[in-house]
Design a protein around this ligand. Structure first.
Ligand code: AMP
Length: 696
């Protein structure tokens, strides 16, 4: 069994660290060129060889297009594919190739096998980006012990040197392609992360771009030719720009020779010019830092010190910025390039301390190894709120229903109950998980679609599903679900998010997806003389037991219209089923409605609907022929045209042909006998329930 290392898998540079077994101190494993960091660049050669690090970077500088860099920015993105030599690579694949190379070289350098690692990621990496990083580690043959946030790792490394009173520190991490700012409370025993914020698209490369643009602009002013229009010239300008930037970290001015199309210019870049052309970038980092301070209710004056991490913090303007904001110089003792890997190495070996294993090499190793310096308990926080797509209180729009707020300590979990009607055919519940705190769902990262399956139909079919959303210690989202009635854990299928999520920008009322459509049903009962006695008793019983009680009051409103010689709306559609049932039970034949069959229910029923139902049904129950059948058919047709479904249920002397004419489709017309009334009502209830009920 081998050793455990910490790996800083950076956008532009990566580093590997281990624990020195003699001192218990984390140390960087230098690469073959004796450098603590290795460029995160790959180059694929024609014979299948893959170059990496400085060699690959050199190839990139010569203009070789079979190279890949900055792929960390695309981790977890399904739409990223780098085409190289007739193949495409996603960011996970590229990262795993790089990791494998880094690990092999580190093994060669330290003469020990490496089989497990803690890999660092920016604090604001989403769950998908973290999962992709874990996967890259696995594919590189590593056991990924944990994923930790880069600033947290830096705080661990900082803790190596400091002891004493509790300090509130800001970790300002500006790398090649990412910016992270984190607040932490550090004591001798523990590190508590108060919160993080960051910008995925901001890093040293943006400073390079500014210098390159400046050089191109100056060149254009002198010669009227713009090198920015030529890809090869731009690439070479970018390389020059990075060099200029680095020199400006220790010098006040740099004279830069720029040649293009036979012309040569000498352009001076001073510290002041550099600050001026990149002022907006500093403004961006300041905005992110202040947003974070505000979110945890702290001010610059509460900060005891700023730890600088990432190669770009060597720029003088960053030190000036810290002095300006805090009135103090940045904290020292942390090497900006090495801190993250060193902290990760501490974290990778901390478990060995906490969980001594009784058998095997590891425990022997533990006995040999002195206490890990800098090891302390870490409570991390999530940089992203976790939410789900929910319907706003007023039912007007979809919104981000936050379940775990931003900057909560992790691991964190929270449970939400979903009430749903389980149908025989489709017993699944879909939830969309969001990362971010923006109210509009699509302003956040929609991480996954989780389909909760195998929900069982219990009793009436109404069920409560407890869905638990969690961040594990790696900051990866985990969703689990339990059906309350059965107490059983439900299997979950994770599906990619559909490309078209535009329905979340429409009103839930316009969509049937995700929202429970509101259904109204009017039960139209024939109360003519022929119904007296047993037919009425049985009809009432069937209507109550097999129809009303089978409905879901949260989705279906039920109303009641009676017709004989005249038509009376006894009850407008309501979700108060007790009232519906008592109204049905009180029905009697007699003077109120008359004994004849001259009336029809459609005109009254149509007028009784509330107007905001998504689906409307009239269920007619009759036991005979109506004297004005033509008028009834014509009124029924008006209903059909208005999208009102008419279902006709007849028994006794009812005429099937007539029922077919008033029903909106033939299959909605059925003729039965008294004993079959209950069964027929059940079927109708099922059809209405199936059409109208989706997860709540
Ligand atoms: P990292 O991702 O932390 O390795 O940071 C790499 C970034 O740091 C790149 O954009 C480098 O250009 C930048 N960098 C490295 N050294 C210096 C320096 N001396 N001055 C300014 N930026 C630097």
């Amino acid at each position: 069994m081998g050793i455990r290392v910490g790996i800083d898998l950076g956008t532009t540079f990566s580093a590997v660290a281990k624990i020195d077994p003699r001192t218990g101190t984390p140390v960087i494993i230098k690469n073959n060129e004796d450098s603590p960091t290795t460029p995160s660049v790959l180059c694929f050669e024609a014979d299948g060889t893959v170059l990496y690090g400085q060699e690959a970077k050199d190839m990139q500088l010569t203009g070789d297009t079979n190279t890949a860099s900055f792929f960390k920015r695309s981790m977890g993105r399904a739409d990223f594919a780098a085409p190289i030599r007739g193949r495409t690579y996603d960011a996970t694949e590229l990262s795993s190739i790089l990791l494998k190379k880094l690990v092999a070289e580190a093994e060669g350098q330290c003469g020990e096998k490496i089989d497990a690692a803690v890999i660092t990621v920016p604090a604001y990496f989403t769950s998908l980006e973290r999962e992709a990083t874990i996967e890259a580690g696995r594919r590189a043959g590593l056991e990924v012990i944990a994923i930790i946030n880069e600033p947290t790792a830096a705080a661990l490394a900082y803790g190596l040197h400091k002891s004493g009173a509790e300090q509130t520190v800001m970790i300002y991490d500006l790398g090649g392609g990412t910016f992270d700012v984190t607040l932490a409370r550090i004591t001798d025993q523990k590190i508590t992360i108060l919160g993080s914020d960051g910008d995925h698209e901001l890093g040293g490369k943006d400073w390079d771009d500014c210098i390159a643009r400046y050089l191109a602009g100056q060149f254009y002013e002198q010669f009227g030719e713009d090198p920015a229009e030529d890809m090869a010239a731009v690439n070479s300008l970018l390389v020059t720009a990075e060099n200029v930037k680095k020199q400006l970290s220790s010098r006040e001015r740099v004279d830069v020779p720029v040649s293009y199309r036979g012309n040569r210019a000498m352009i001076t870049v001073t510290e002041e010019i550099f600050e001026e052309i990149t002022e907006f970038l500093m403004g961006n980092t300041r905005e992110v830092a202040e947003r974070l301070l505000q979110s945890v209710e702290l001010g610059w004056n509460n900060i005891d010190g700023v730890i600088l991490v990432g190669g770009s913090t060597r720029m003088k303007m960053i030190h000036k910025f810290v002095r300006q904001m805090c009135g103090k110089d940045p904290l020292t003792g942390v090497n900006v390039d090495e801190a993250v890997a060193l902290g990760a190495a501490i974290r990778a070996n901390m478990d060995l301390e906490e969980e001594p294993r009784p058998m095997g090499f590891l425990s022997a190793k533990k006995r040999e190894m002195p206490a890990i310096r800098g090891a302390k308990k870490v409570t991390d926080a999530t940089a992203h709120a976790l939410g789900m797509i929910a319907i706003s209180k007023d039912g007007e729009r979809y919104e981000n229903g936050i379940i775990i707020p931003k900057n909560s300590p992790i691991p964190a979990a929270n449970t939400r109950a979903f009430q749903m009607r389980v149908r025989d055919k489709k017993s699944e519940l879909e939830v969309y998980v969001l990362q971010g705190h923006h109210q509009r769902p699509l302003d956040n990262t929609v991480t996954n679609k989780y389909v909760i399956t195998k929900i069982q139909k219990v009793g009436s079919g109404k069920s409560i599903i407890d869905v638990t959303y969690a961040y594990n210690t790696n900051g990866v989202i985990e969703v689990s679900a339990v059906q309350k009635e059965t107490g059983k854990q439900l299997p979950i299928r994770v599906e990619p998010v559909p490309e078209d999520m535009s329905w979340t920008d429409r009103s839930p009322k316009e969509n049937s997806q995700g929202a429970a459509p509101q259904v109204e049903v009017i039960l139209a009962m024939d109360m003519s003389g022929s119904m007296s006695g047993t037919p009425l008793k049985m009809a009432k019983e069937a209507a109550v037991e097999k129809f009303v009680r089978a409905m879901d009051a949260e989705v279906v409103r039920v109303g009641l219209v009676i017709f004989a010689e005249k038509t009376v709306c006894e009850l407008r559609p309501t979700d108060d089923y007790r009232k519906v049932i008592s109204t049905i039970e009180k029905l009697t034949i007699g003077r109120t409605y008359g004994y004849g069959t001259s009336a029809q229910p459609f005109t009254e029923a149509r007028a009784a609907f509330s107007g905001d139902a998504d689906m409307r049904y009239i269920v007619v129950l009759t036991d005979g022929c109506w004297s004005h059948a033509d008028r009834a058919i014509s009124e029924a047709k008006t209903c059909h045209q208005q999208g009102i479904e008419v279902m006709a249920l007849g028994f006794g002397d009812a005429d099937h042909n007539f029922l077919k004419k008033i029903a909106s489709t033939e299959k909605f017309a059925s003729l039965t006998d008294l004993s079959g009334l209950g069964g027929s009502f059940s079927k109708i209830a099922q059809v209405i329930g199936d059409a109208g009920i989706t997860p709540l």
